[in-house]
Design a protein around this ligand. Structure first.
Ligand code: AMP
Ligand code: TRP
Length: 329
């Protein structure tokens, strides 16, 4: 069975976009791949986080992973900081990364261009740590958003460099970038991605939004003057986004939904979308409430960390021997 690995940073609350574009796919993948999913809590502190908020987001993220259907029997679910071997391999890989490579990382360049203050050294070297996250487990595939593809490519380069310099050690991973369709847009500005950092809060549905609040957001979604439920991303981005949300949650093809709402008003259509979204949220939230105070989280993280650590430790020892810093047999 091929191995797949992905990490999500626990910054902010998880959104419907995260669910449709990432989490839901992980749940499907866990049947066909040996799946490793971790919470990238080290990556997250490359930018200052309020400790209290971070703790809450972390716990919520794990509970939501489980509530969305990630199954600890099938997937290894863990916290990045629980596997110290990963961070140690991160340092060793930082020592095989050239500054020129890190200078070329778009995410870093964007921050520099925006003249953001107090960019940390951690943020600068984080792609090398991300390479360690991936290479420690010999992942074959890494499902990521578009913005992370370049980082997975760096992981490939570092794996090849190490394999050539010493001897074959790491699997060279492949990024799996979601299809264009897996881009849920803001409800208020449907040409922009639905994002955790939505300023008005109205364009983004959070998985833990109260049901009436979520319903209100859908009913208030921006539409157009064409008064026709059809899929036309250029002229009707708002309606097209609602169609994508509904279709991806219910499984009903977009054409069928359009046919069903022919000659009907936007109000009726939005109500149907809201029903599907609220149904999904309700199911996730019911499970979330069962999980969050059950003690299950600690057990999942402990088991996950033990499984992950075993693999990462073996890999780290192998690497240290090859480099020459480990002399024991
Ligand atoms: P982020 O929230 O940007 O850290 O992304 C975590 C994961 O969720 C990535 O795999 C993204 O591709 C996915 N994701 C985030 N927002 C959306 C969205 N609006 N539509 C689809 N996928 C998303
Ligand atoms: N850097 C990723 C992000 O910001 C999260 C991440 C950390 C990750 N390590 C990873 C993703 C390894 C995939 C594989 O979203």
């Amino acid at each position: 069975m091929k191995r797949m690995l992905s990490g999500i940073k626990p910054t902010g609350q998880l959104t419907l976009g995260n669910y449709i574009g990432a989490l839901r796919n992980f749940v499907k993948y866990q049947d066909d791949y040996e799946m490793f999913v971790f919470i990238a809590n080290l990556h997250c502190v490359t930018v200052y986080q309020d400790p209290k908020e971070l703790r809450k987001n972390l716990k919520d993220a794990i509970a939501l992973y489980l509530a969305c259907g990630l199954d600890p029997e099938k997937s290894t679910i863990f916290l990045q900081s629980d596997v110290m071997e990963q961070a140690q391999l991160g340092f060793l890989l930082t020592c095989t990364t050239y500054m020129g490579e890190l200078n070329r990382m778009t995410q870093f360049k964007d921050k520099l261009a925006k003249q953001e203050k107090n960019i940390t050294a951690g943020l600068y070297v984080y792609p090398s740590l991300m390479a360690a996250d991936i290479l420690a487990y010999d992942a074959d595939y890494v499902p990521v958003g578009d913005d992370q593809k370049q980082h997975v490519e760096l992981a490939r380069d570092l794996a090849e460099r190490f394999n050539n310099r010493y001897s074959p050690t790491f699997t060279v991973p492949e990024p799996l970038v979601a299809k264009v369709g897996a881009r849920i847009m803001s409800l208020t500005e449907p040409t922009k991605k639905m994002s955790k950092s939505d300023e008005t809060n109205k364009g983004c549905i959070y998985l833990l939004d109260e049901i009436p609040v979520a319903r209100k957001k859908i009913m208030g979604a921006v539409t157009d003057m064409l008064a026709k439920v059809q899929y036309d991303k250029v002229n009707q981005p708002g309606i097209s986004n609602l169609l994508e949300i509904m279709s991806s949650l219910s499984g009903e093809p977009i054409e069928d939904i359009c046919a069903r709402f022919e000659g009907k008003g936007y109000g009726e259509f939005k109500k149907a979308v809201a029903d599907v979204v609220c149904d999904t949220l309700q199911q996730i939230q019911d499970r979330y409430h069962e999980i969050i105070n059950s003690g299950q989280i600690d057990k999942v993280l402990e088991d996950g960390a033990n499984k992950a650590r075993y693999i990462a430790h073996k890999k780290l020892m192998k690497v240290q021997k090859k480099i020459g810093i480990e002399i024991r047999k």
